[in-house]
Design a binder for this molecule. Structure first.
Ligand SMILES: C[S@@+](CC[C@H](N)C(=O)[O-])C[C@H]1O[C@@H](n2cnc3c(N)ncnc32)[C@H](O)[C@@H]1O
Length: 480
């Protein structure tokens, strides 16, 4: 790559896209895709549930869990349907599903998502792992943590340990620890045409495309340190610039004992090989094994993804091992700190006490309990939280989270109200719905579980003095 600076944004776009610049500027709109969450439903059940809302879905060959949205009523896009609120699927660009497909996380492994918010790929990894093993989830930006935690709750991603750190600092504590690491790093987003205007403004401000390659390289090196020798790192961006992709990998390939891994077959996607030269400079020849996904050939966002295998030791080790704080160990179901919560849930909702033995728990302060998979026994002292919310204390009773209601749905048999279509519609539209006197007569606390015939029990409501029931519907219209 020539070291001569690029002096204009147009020259930069020309060097990035070459003859295909026109195709990038004029491609048709991208399609909408969703990924079925197998932790919550099946593809067939989701097809049927969405058909009730007039949403027509079509399978995509890349995975049995992927659907293209063929059509919907203008006033009912998929993001406003109950299965979306309940985490039965996630709206996600097709290209954004590729990095986890390359990472291919396996049940039972220890996996790290280094730059995780808002959580599209994290929830895909949790599903790949079938909630077995440990999924460590890291994000730097404090203001994105809530969205990330909500995504984990909604998807039922229980085998998670949430961290808030710069990914570049994690090797200080967890060097050589993980079987697989996803480094879906911050980027300019220049695989998405809508970001071009922002890119031009940035270029004019800093006199170059961005300062991001510096942190991108640091995050890749961190990922290579975090993974065990023999483990895999997937590096990805939603940018198609060589500076943010091949140039970063070239530096790692020429400095460290790592190799590129060929991509798997990804039916239904046209993959372009990575670039092996740019602006007159030769890049590592194995970069041809990287995947470039162009929007004009695939009707999805432009994306770059590549898999590296770490072969041996990396130079300049500087690890200090994480200190395990015994206070942050997860607890078994019969720990005295947890017992009252589980007994309350069992008594009030009829969930057999034995159903809770399969999980481990953490109590945060006095009024919130989290639950996680049995394999998440330990957690680093500075983790933000473990697993998903189980229940929050409300006076004398424990109110179950939507994740809890959905996880134990088939077992809930008391303090349960089944809403009809009209009640559900009103609840979704206004966060409240009236309950009939007959419905209220069956309830034993002010936090009954709510069910609908299409999805079963899905959340707990709060009864208000005027006889209505309230649930702050977790509306998620965003498309990542
Ligand atoms: C491309 S987004 C990740 C998208 C996410 N993987 C998904 O699929 O939903 C990159 C994320 O990295 C975060 N980030 C930026 N700098 C970071 C750092 N030094 N360490 C960890 N995360 C960082 C950003 O806040 C942003 O949320």
């Amino acid at each position: 790559m020539s070291d001569a600076p690029i002096t204009s944004y147009d020259a930069f776009l020309e060097s990035t896209f070459g003859e295909e610049l026109e195709a990038f500027l004029s491609h048709p709109p991208v399609d909408t895709f969703l990924r079925v969450n197998p932790l919550r439903t099946t593809p067939e059940a989701l097809d049927a549930a969405m058909a009730r809302y007039g949403v027509v879905l079509e399978p995509h060959p890349i995975s049995p869990l992927v659907r293209r949205v063929v059509s919907h009523r203008p006033e009912v896009p998929p993001g406003v349907c109950l299965p979306h609120f309940l985490g039965h699927f996630r709206l996600q660009a097709l290209a954004s599903m590729v990095p986890p497909l390359l990472l291919d996380a396996q049940p039972g492994e220890k996996v790290l998502d280094l730059c995780a918010a808002p959580g599209s790929k994290t929830t895909q990894l949790a599903a790949q792992m079938e909630l077995r093993g440990q999924l460590w989830v890291n994000e730097l930006a404090g203001k994105r943590m809530n969205q990330l935690a909500a995504a984990l709750d909604s998807a039922g991603a229980l085998n998670t340990v949430l961290l808030q750190e710069s990914g570049t600092r994690l090797p200080n504590l967890f060097e050589d620890t993980f079987d697989r690491v996803l480094a879906d790093v911050p980027c300019t987003g220049l695989g998405i045409r809508d970001n071009l205007g922002q890119g031009r403004a940035r270029f004019e401000e800093v006199g170059r495309p961005s300062n991001l390659p510096f942190i991108q390289y640091q995050l890749l090196v961190a990922a290579l340190r975090l993974v065990k020798p023999g483990g895999r790192v997937v590096y990805s961006t939603c940018s198609l610039t060589v500076e943010e992709n091949e140039a970063i990998l070239h530096d790692a390939l020429t400095r460290f004992d790592v190799r590129m891994v060929p991509p798997p077959d990804l039916p239904g996607l046209i993959l372009r090989p990575g670039r092996t030269s740019h602006r007159g400079r030769d890049l590592h020849p194995d970069l041809r094994l990287a995947c470039r996904i162009t929007p004009w050939e695939n009707r999805t966002e432009g994306f770059f993804a590549a898999t590296l295998e770490r072969l041996g030791e990396l130079p300049e080790r500087h690890a200090r091992r994480a200190v395990h704080d015994p206070r942050r160990r997860t607890l078994p179901h019969d720990a005295p700190e947890i017992e009252p919560t589980l007994t309350s849930l069992s008594t009030v909702y009829g969930i057999p006490r034995e159903a809770f033995t399969a999980y481990r728990y953490a109590r945060h302060a006095r009024d919130k309990v989290y639950f996680t998979s049995a394999e998440v026994e330990d957690a680093w002292c500075a983790s933000q939280r473990i697993g998903a919310g189980l229940a929050s204390r409300r006076g004398a009773v424990w109110r179950p989270s939507p994740t809890t209601v959905q996880t134990f749905a088939p077992l809930i048999c008391r303090n349960l109200v089944t809403l009809d279509d009209g009640q559900l519609r009103e609840l979704i539209a206004t966060d409240r719905c009236p309950l009939s006197a007959a419905q209220r007569a069956e309830l034993t606390t002010t936090y009954p579980a709510a069910a609908h015939p299409t999805v079963g029990p899905f959340a707990s409501l709060e009864l208000e003095p005027d006889g209505r029931a309230r649930w702050k519907v977790p509306r998620r219209y965003e498309l990542e």
